[in-house]
Write a protein that binds this ligand. Structure first.
Ligand code: NAD
Ligand code: MG
Length: 397
């Protein structure tokens, strides 16, 4: 590759965003930052603007945008500050942009990620919620524009690496029999079930192997994260629910596996460090240095595997159920989960109330087919309203 790649990083102040900029900074001859975005962290965004000199910086919060404008002006930097969702779409679809790292957390990532897909950009997809909510709409947009789509989620990146290079999206035709997603099991894998009632947000966010944003950390503790990843795998690899299996693997060294009809199982291994999938996706099909320590197998010594316990982790069962139900069910699941996780982080509901609320919302709302983005957004809004209304009923489930 000779040309410099112009990159927009959506959610640059988050865990994935920072890891992305860490890799980018190692290869200034390959990557240039066109735009950086955040919700309201103007101080960190300012520091990132100083280091990477993007053309645009976008904040969601107007007051934060005003502060950033002032600081940039005071220090003589040329970065232009924009504000709002339309600006996120603009910096994702701008003609100068070659690739977009989609690393906003939650449903807020959908619109800008879809804008990148419609504009035919190379998409580095961390925002799994886009696929969970609007998999059909998003994949249609990717196919129509020819956007190269590279998964950042470590499991899906591992699957991508373990599939044939020219995987056509037809499992059978490619001799693939199963996709095996590994899961660490989170911080409560061995906690007695009775102890889960009193779990705090701090305990839920203390992941044994990965350092991540709060929302995905809670999702990992409930294993909703793996449920969302099952749905994500369905869309990325055109795999039916029955062909996607979750395996608990506490060491997080095998990031996922692909099983073939001849009995072969291919896996991707590495230290749990998101800079590996990020570097892989940035440079694909080449390989670049990512700052990741080499894997020391003798130090790891042991790799364990156990089947997931669907009673301990009802969120995983709910996600499979939503995938099988299809239509708006995954969007409803995702929205109810976002409301539940936010309420748990604010200490308004207990840990065990999270699956209760999601199950109640799924049971309460009718499902409909998804034909367009509007169907998804309507289901998302309805599910948020329903979840908020049902919150008082599940507080201490
Ligand atoms: P994070 O909370 O650390 O960062 C989120 C970023 O999005 C921040 O820059 C924040 O400012 C921005 N943001 C939040 N709400 C926003 C809104 N309403 N509008 C615009 N911007 C908003 O999250 P993260 O851990 O980096 O995760 C980002 C995405 O990547 C998630 O979808 C997550 O599931 C996925 N992911 C993360 C990891 C990981 O290791 N952290 C691994 C796999 C997948
Ligand atoms: Mg993952």
């Amino acid at each position: 590759m000779s040309d410099v790649m112009q990159l927009t990083v959506l959610g640059s102040t988050g865990s994935i965003g920072k890891s992305t900029l860490d890799v980018v900074a190692r290869h200034p001859e390959r990557y240039r930052v066109f735009a950086l975005t955040a919700q309201r962290q103007d101080e960190l965004l300012f520091a990132q603007c100083q280091q990477f000199r993007p053309r645009f910086a976008v904040l969601l919060d107007e007051a934060a945008a005003q502060r950033l404008r002032q600081r940039l002006a005071d220090s003589g930097l040329q970065t232009e500050v924009l504000c709002g969702i339309a600006a996120l779409e603009q910096v994702s679809a701008a003609p100068e942009v070659d690739a977009v790292m989609a690393a906003i957390v939650g449903a807020a990532g959908l619109r800008p990620t879809l804008a990148a897909a419609r504009a035919g950009k190379k998409i580095l997809l961390a925002n799994k919620e886009t696929l969970v909510m609007a998999g059909a709409v998003f994949m249609d947009a990717v196919r129509a524009s020819g956007s190269p789509l590279l998964p950042i989620d470590s499991e899906h990146n591992a699957v991508f690496q373990s599939l044939p290079r020219n995987y056509s999206g037809e499992m059978q035709a490619n001799g693939v029999s199963k996709i095996l997603l590994t899961a660490s099991g989170g911080p409560f894998r061995n906690t007695p079930l009775s102890g889960l009632h009193h779990v705090t947000p701090e305990q839920a966010c203390a992941h044994p192997n990965w350092s991540m944003g709060k929302k995905i950390s809670v999702d990992s503790a409930t294993m909703m994260n793996k449920g969302l990843e099952v749905i994500e795998a369905h869309w990325l690899f055109n795999a039916p629910a029955d062909a996607i299996e979750v395996v608990i693997h506490p060491q997080s060294v095998i990031h996922s596996l692909v099983q073939y009809v001849d009995g072969s199982v291919l896996a991707q291994l590495g230290n749990p460090d998101m800079r590996t999938p990020i570097a892989y996706a940035l440079a694909y099909p080449e390989r670049i240095e990512a700052g990741v320590a080499p894997l020391d197998l003798c130090k790891v010594a042991q790799l364990d595997f156990v089947a997931p316990d669907f009673e301990r982790f009802p969120c995983l069962a709910l996600a499979y159920q939503a995938l099988r139900a299809g239509g708006t069910a995954p969007a409803i699941l995702n929205a109810a989960n976002e409301v539940a996780v936010a309420a748990f982080l604010e200490k308004k509901i207990s840990f065990l109330a999270i699956p209760r609320l999601i199950g109640d919302v799924l049971a309460a709302l009718p499902l409909s087919p998804v034909k367009a983005l509007e169907d998804v957004l309507a289901a998302d809004a309805r599910a948020r309203d329903k979840a908020t209304a049902l919150l008082p009923e599940v507080v201490l489930a």
